[in-house]
Write a protein that binds this ligand. Structure first.
Ligand code: N7H
Length: 514
């Protein structure tokens, strides 16, 4: 089962070094920092219709069933030992987490219960959609699945587990879903339910690229695994302060070196400690269209279509970064967690190795803003590290059918990420980096002409046409200017929600309090 997306190595019993914060692992829900183990993940979006009965069900059943960070870490150890003993079947670990929207918290706490919380969380994903340049109608209403938008959503239950064995009618997670629905009974209305499943090409998303390669390390929980750098987990994985993702801990100061603890992010309410904001986006992927595009552009440019895709993403499908393998895939590099994140961008001044707009360069520019004279930042690296997210998504939908020249069946990514500020983290990445054609700013081509990086070709959104700079590599030399015009978006949101994932104590003592 996939987990340890942040490179966690749970076999290392002592995850914290002197000076690291003590993480309250029994309080934080398991998906936030580590990731629930999952071959499949059920998303149950619900509306609370009987508050007293809902709170009673939380107290009597749900809270005790929630999978904590401590449990996912211990499961990692068990899975490792099980695999080491040569067994190939899956341990039947089932995970459960819960989050609430602003409307949901208001129902549980009363009208002013969410005062002072993150403004984007309070406004809700629907209101924020237009600002993200999501497709919206004339009234700014997002173009979401009718079933999802059919009622107010108060919360989401995440239920994970291994896939069903060939002989079983239902998977362990499906059985758990049945139990939960039974226990909650008429206290809720299920507004929408959906399921994510890992693909047969394990760990790869629907376009074919290895996913879950790079997530931030977290001080106090990610073991140090780079003898040359005490501020990293695996080589290239900078360790951040937990407050970037969970309330109640030192955070990242955008104006200071990232190694220095920043002030803990302000909590509007004491019960927010050990909780996190979760962004959910159901992102449809137009897979045949994407691959046809790579083929036709590759032909037109006279280069391998796989290289076109690699320059759009910044990695080959194997996961190998083009900063290290600029012209040819290197599957061994892609598969090596100690090498596949060990790179920076600043030495690639002319985007010869990796386009400025490549998905991974846009969404985590590493040291790309390093020249403070040009970007006007007090501490460029600290600034970048203050805008990171912890990703925990899973694909959804079937494999592409043989006769599927154009998308016939919905598929894509159930994108999930965690942070302590939706405005400064997820939304900042989407709006100020992925959608912003001028980011990274003040870049030039090797021939000294100014470069406009363009849109992130994977997730960048625009009202009109989208384009990115330098699809054709000028590596190791060359000055040929090229632009990739993208008539269609290959990724389109079909549902979204902003949630708060509270601590176990907040659930017990505050949210489920009669
Ligand atoms: Fe991305 N893809 O398959 O092309 N993403 N992403 N993402 N993404 C990453 O590093 C993809 C989305 C980030 O640290 C990889 O795990 C697709 C959103 C960040 O180097 C691949 C979709 C946002 C990183 C993809 C999608 C992000 C990242 C490389 C939608 C946030 C880490 C593998 C369908 C706004 C960058 C890896 C780093 C990596 C793809 C969505 C952000 C292959 C298909 C919405 C921060």
């Amino acid at each position: 089962m996939s987990a340890s997306i942040s490179g966690l190595n749970a076999s290392n019993a002592n995850l914290a070094a002197p000076g690291d914060p003590i993480i309250r692992k029994r309080e934080i829900q398991g998906d936030v920092l580590v990731g629930l183990q999952k071959d499949e993940e059920h998303f149950l979006f619900f509306k609370i219709v009987d508050v007293a009965r809902f709170k009673a069900a939380l107290r009597d059943y749900i809270i005790a069933e929630i999978t904590t960070t401590e449990e996912v870490l211990s499961r990692e150890i068990q899975i490792k030992a099980y695999k080491a003993s040569g067994r190939r079947s899956r341990l039947p670990f089932v995970g459960l987490n819960i989050g609430f929207s602003n409307d949901g918290l208001s129902v549980l706490l009363g009208a002013n219960g969410t005062d002072g919380m993150d403004a984007s969380f309070v406004a809700g994903a629907g209101v924020r959609a237009a600002g993200l340049l999501d497709p919206v109608d004339a009234n700014g209403k997002p173009d979401w699945l009718a079933a999802f938008a059919s009622d107010t959503i108060h919360g989401v239950l995440l239920v994970t587990g291994p896939a069903a064995s060939a002989s079983a009618a239902k998977s362990p997670a499906q059985k758990k879903v049945d139990d939960i629905v039974n226990v909650l009974g008429h206290s809720i209305k299920l507004v929408y339910r959906d399921v994510g499943v890992t693909r047969p090409q394990r760990g790869h998303e629907h376009f074919g690229f290895l996913d879950g390669v790079s997530n931030p390390g977290v001080r106090g929980i990610t073991p140090r695994d780079n003898p040359a750098d005490d501020n990293q987990g695996v080589p290239g994985q900078d360790l951040l302060w937990p407050g970037a993702f969970v309330f109640g801990y030192p955070g990242q100061d955008p104006n200071q070196p990232f190694e220095k603890p920043g002030a803990p992010p302000a909590m509007a309410h004491p019960w927010m400690a050990d909780g996190s904001y979760m962004v959910f986006r159901r992102l449809n992927q137009f897979v045949p269209e994407f691959h046809n595009f790579l083929q036709s552009e590759g032909r037109a440019l006279g280069i391998d279509p796989q290289l076109v895709g690699a320059r759009m993403v910044g990695r080959w499908q194997s996961g190998a970064p083009i900063m290290i393998a600029p012209l040819q895939d290197d599957p061994a590099l892609g598969a090596d967690p100690k090498a596949n994140n060990n790179f920076e961008f600043s030495q690639d001044t002319g985007e010869r190795r990796c386009p400025f707009a490549a998905h991974i360069r846009k969404t985590y520019p590493r040291d790309d803003l390093e020249d403070p004279n040009k970007v006007g930042l007090l501490n460029p690296e600290g600034f970048v590290q203050a805008h990171r997210i912890m990703r925990a998504g899973i694909p959804f939908g079937p494999e592409v059918a043989e006769d599927e020249e154009k998308t016939k069946h919905e598929r894509g990514l159930m994108f999930v990420c965690y942070q302590t500020s939706i405005i400064e983290q997820f939304e900042f990445i989407q709006i100020s980096w992925a959608n912003a054609t001028g980011f990274p700013i003040n870049k030039v081509h090797p021939d000294k002409t100014p470069a406009t990086p363009g849109h992130d070709p994977i997730i960048g959104q625009a009202k009109g046409a989208r384009a990115m700079d330098e699809i054709l590599p000028n590596y190791p030399m060359g000055d040929t200017r090229s632009t990739l015009n993208m008539p269609d978006a290959f990724v389109k949101p079909s549902a979204a929600g902003y949630f708060f994932v509270p601590s176990i104590s907040a659930l017990r003592n505050t949210l489920a309090h009669p």
